[in-house]
Ligand binder design. Structure first.
Ligand code: UDP
Length: 327
């Protein structure tokens, strides 16, 4: 049986990735320091003899006994609210953590896939974003800690590939949603769903004309898995190109949840990208992947998940600090 290490295994994407690998008969060691992840995301795996969990911060030396075939590096805060609160950890996990997992991949002769992001394009000046676009990032802005950490992650990964011959893959993940998203992670889908379920107004930032393109988690994971199994070393966008304005999205959620909440407008956070949509030509050509789940189907499944949370869970919400976005 092949064996994989998943860092960030207790996170939203990491936990779904563990499920996917196990379903494909790959044994998994899940690693997480639980800063933003939660054991509840992997509770269903505790009895699985092919799964084990290690509570460890990947910024420290990683010691794994035995052989490893794959490493999937998904440890990182990924929400603007998180990287504002823990900016140094965000930078460290992208830099020191990535260095450690690449060193481990080299020592074990393992194939490694690292999680990059559409954030490396910053507030993009070309639309949709193709992989050969270099991006428009404010290095010293509030989001810079995440964007630059992930840009460094890509650079060091390519350096390990070119200099040490490590077998690397880089996925650029666009906005992804689905069950196990943290209700209080501040991102737009849990924020709107939580607000609708608590009977609060939906907070649209700016005038809501900024766009995003949301990919259902099952599609995202399938794309990542196919990339892992391919032999392609350069970055590949994985996301759903179906673009929508945040204002229209808020209206869709009000309709979906059957509530009659109002929309209220709040200041647009600093450096909030005005538009985002992946060009997925490469994914279609190289790994024969494109999303299968439309937004209405995916959002219904996601709503069912949030709706199943207890009232106590629903109340554990953190509001974004608008002032800290404006520095
Ligand atoms: N947003 C919003 N209201 C909220 C949370 C987010 O209008 O309560 C907006 C945010 O300003 C951004 C978009 O929704 O334009 C997506 O934000 P998110 O934090 O989900 O992720 P991002 O794509 O910015 O990393």
């Amino acid at each position: 049986m092949k064996r994989a290490l998943v860092t960030g295994a207790a996170g939203f994407l990491g936990s779904h990735l563990c499920d996917k690998l196990l379903a494909n008969n790959i044994a998994v060691i899940g690693m997480d320091n639980l800063i933003t992840g939660s054991m509840s995301n992997i509770a269903h795996l505790q009895e699985n003899i092919n799964f084990s969990f290690v509570n460890h911060d990947v910024c420290e030396y990683i010691d794994i006994d035995g052989e490893l075939d794959f490493i999937l590096h998904f440890a990182s805060p990924a929400s603007p609210i998180d990287y504002l609160k823990i900016p140094i950890q965000t930078l460290k996990v992208g830099a020191l953590g990535t260095h450690n997992v690449l060193g481990l991949a080299r020592a074990k002769n393992a194939r490694i896939l690292v999680a990059s992001t559409s954030e490396i394009y910053g507030d993009p000046l070309i639309h949709p974003q193709t992989e050969d676009y270099f991006g428009n990032v404010n290095t010293i802005g509030p989001r810079g800690v995440y964007d630059e950490a992930k840009r460094y992650l890509e650079s060091i990964t390519m350096a390990y590939h070119r200099y040490h011959g490590v077998d690397t893959r880089i996925v650029r993940i666009f906005n992804t949603y689905g069950p196990r998203m943290r209700l209080n992670d501040g991102r737009v889908i849990p924020a709107f769903m939580g607000q609708a379920l608590r009977g609060e107004d939906l907070t649209v930032f700016g005038d809501g004309s900024q766009t995003r393109s949301f990919c259902f988690v099952d599609d995202e994971i399938e794309g990542i898995y196919r990339l892992l199994m391919s032999d392609y070393h350069l970055p590949v966008n994985i996301g759903n190109p179906d673009e929508i304005t945040i204002l229209d999205f808020a209206k869709e959620i009000i309709h979906l949840t059957g509530t009659d909440q109002k929309i209220v407008f709040k200041p647009l956070p600093k450096n909030d990208p005005l538009q985002r949509k992946p060009d997925i030509t490469k994914a279609i050509e190289i790994i024969k992947w494109q999303p299968q789940v439309g937004r209405s189907e995916g959002m219904k499944k996601t709503f069912a998940y949030f709706n199943s949370l207890s009232q106590k869970e629903l109340k554990k919400v953190e509001h974004r600090e608008f002032s800290s976005f404006k520095n």
